[in-house]
Design a protein around this ligand. Structure first.
Ligand code: ATP
Length: 508
């Protein structure tokens, strides 16, 4: 059986080989943590966007969308707190000259201890078989108890130091644990320093400080600064939401795990404006809505879990992540945050403009509270791709690589295949192709044996293959093969479009 690391490597290789994702500027040896979406990748990405936009904007009468600019007035980022506090602690190894995120070095150290615990548990599970009780084993095995206590102790020290921004304590912890540089193997570390994650650039032709602007590190601020414009022009009544999909940029210190952590990425965010005091009710509401959105795709539920934040950011009074079981473990996919009136009040203060809402039912004005849902489009892409990748052994002894992408998100919905290149079959196939392509992204393929052509489509996750054979010419029927079951059904050409349409339906 392959381990998860192997699987992840295969997913990355597959993404390149089958035209989903390429490293940016690959012919120049690539640009770190920047990726390009290829011919199949862009379709999958657009389908994820559409699925999100439809469920947010189309299905909710009180949510509208915007598309704000990436460049914003520099004061926006002072008000939001990003200039002062959007930092990660970094540390350099003096021998390898490599830069690390100090907290990640410690987290990796904890993960190694955790891996040892898991190894012991797996061994015990094999030894005891069905009667194995993991909870009891964790509570009674002295080696596990000791290791768990060590993790708890390190974690308390790390997160305590992070919260109080005590950089010297993080350095001491790295020294105490004897953490070495993975490259040089040395413990020759610099001090820990704060590193601001925003990219800056110059606007205009004169380069002085006044012209320094930032590439937005999140899309949310574009919504906050437009909230009153949208509310007034759209005659929106609280509670209402504004949704946006767009690029964000972060100069991540450690960029790894493929498209999980990128320096240029896309976010799909929705800010929901509510009455003060009602935010926790709406927070629960959006938690439920968002997890239902993920589950509607049909990916088994045990791939998702909530992680409620105990330590909250200064602007939040509740926060929860939806985590996904990536090949490298459960990690944040989406955040749901109750941000209070922090952002709007800050913009009110910094801009000197009133950002209040007059509530006709209460007959008073207030700064609304905000509940936001924020999901990384690229992370969502990775969750789908890494879940979908399967290597299957078939009954006839052969094997196949198939992407079980939820049909609604699949890049190509159907492929039209004439059984042979003669007897008028290609002409008939093209006729069907020309009708279907009005509604769906379709492909036409007449090269190689039919089995080989099926495999090519399995590898990019095409849900339906339509084969045209000699019988088609006599009775106007074709076979439709379903990707996951590989079952084939003979149907009337006239029913094709309806059947595909039915199968691509989804309940939000
Ligand atoms: P993390 O803790 O993983 O850095 P975060 O808590 O900083 O993430 P948020 O600021 O809440 O993330 O951003 C919302 C969403 O944007 C995240 O849930 C994630 O899906 C996505 N995201 C954040 N940073 C990146 C990145 N560097 N690359 C890709 N997606 C990202």
């Amino acid at each position: 059986m392959q381990n998860n690391e192997d699987k992840f490597k295969k997913v990355i290789a597959h993404a390149k080989e089958y035209g989903f994702i390429f490293q940016s500027s690959e012919i120049y040896d690539g640009l770190s943590a920047v990726y390009d979406y290829a011919q199949n990748g862009v379709e999958l990405k657009n389908n994820i966007k559409n699925y999100w936009w439809k469920s947010m904007v189309q299905m909710n009468e009180n949510i509208v969308g915007i598309d704000s600019a990436i460049f914003m007035h520099p004061t926006v980022w002072k008000a939001s707190g990003h200039v002062g506090a959007f930092n990660d602690p970094m540390i350099d190894n003096k021998d390898s000259k490599k830069r690390y995120r100090a907290d990640v070095l410690v987290e990796d150290f904890m993960a190694k201890i955790e891996a040892k615990i898991n190894k012991d548990i797996e061994k015990a599970r094999k030894r005891f078989g069905d009667s194995f009780d993991e909870e009891q084993y964790r509570a009674t095995n002295s080696r596990i108890i000791e290791r768990q206590a060590k993790i708890d102790d390190i974690s308390k020290k790390l997160y305590g130091a992070m919260e109080s921004e005590n950089l010297a304590s993080i350095k001491t912890l790295i020294e105490e644990l004897g953490i070495t540089c993975p490259l040089s193997g040395s413990k020759n570390w610099t001090d820990v320093r704060q590193f601001n994650l925003m990219f800056s650039t110059q606007m205009g032709s004169i380069s002085d400080d006044a012209n320094e602007i930032y590439l937005r590190p999140e899309t949310a601020q574009g919504i906050f600064v437009n909230y009153l414009n949208v509310q007034k022009t759209g005659r929106m009544k609280i509670p209402f939401g504004i949704a946006q999909i767009g690029k964000a940029f972060r100069n991540e210190i450690v960029a790894r795990q493929f498209i999980f952590r990128m320096r240029e990425f896309e976010q799909m965010e929705m800010q929901f404006f509510v009455r003060p005091g009602e935010e926790l009710k709406w927070f629960e509401y959006w938690k439920n809505k968002r997890i239902a959105w993920h589950k509607a795709l049909g990916i088994p539920e045990d791939n998702y879990r909530f992680h409620d934040h105990e330590k909250l950011a200064h602007y939040a009074n509740a926060a929860s992540d939806i985590e996904f079981k990536f090949p490298f473990g459960f990690k944040e996919l989406e955040g749901i945050h109750s941000r209070t009136d922090f952002d709007l009040s800050a913009h009110q203060e910094f801009s000197g403009k009133k950002l209040q809402y007059f509530d006709p039912e209460l007959n008073k004005s207030y700064v609304p509270y905000v509940v936001e849902t924020s999901i990384g489009l690229d992370r969502m892409f990775l969750s789908i791709l890494s879940y979908a990748y399967q290597e299957e052994k078939l009954e006839d002894g052969s094997s196949r690589v198939v992407l079980n992408i939820p049909p609604i998100l699949a890049p190509v919905k159907a492929t039209v295949l004439p059984l042979t290149k003669k007897d008028g079959l290609p002409e008939k196939a093209k006729e069907i192709m020309n009708t279907l392509k009005q509604d769906y992204i379709c492909q036409y393929d007449e090269k190689d044996a039919i089995g080989k052509r099926y495999r090519r489509q399995d590898a990019i996750g095409t849900p339906y293959c339509i084969t045209i054979d000699h019988q088609t010419l006599t009775d106007n029927t074709v076979t439709i093969r379903e990707r996951d079951t590989m079952q084939q059904e003979r149907i009337d050409i006239d029913k094709l479009s309806g059947i595909i349409h039915e199968k691509l339906k989804i309940q939000f």
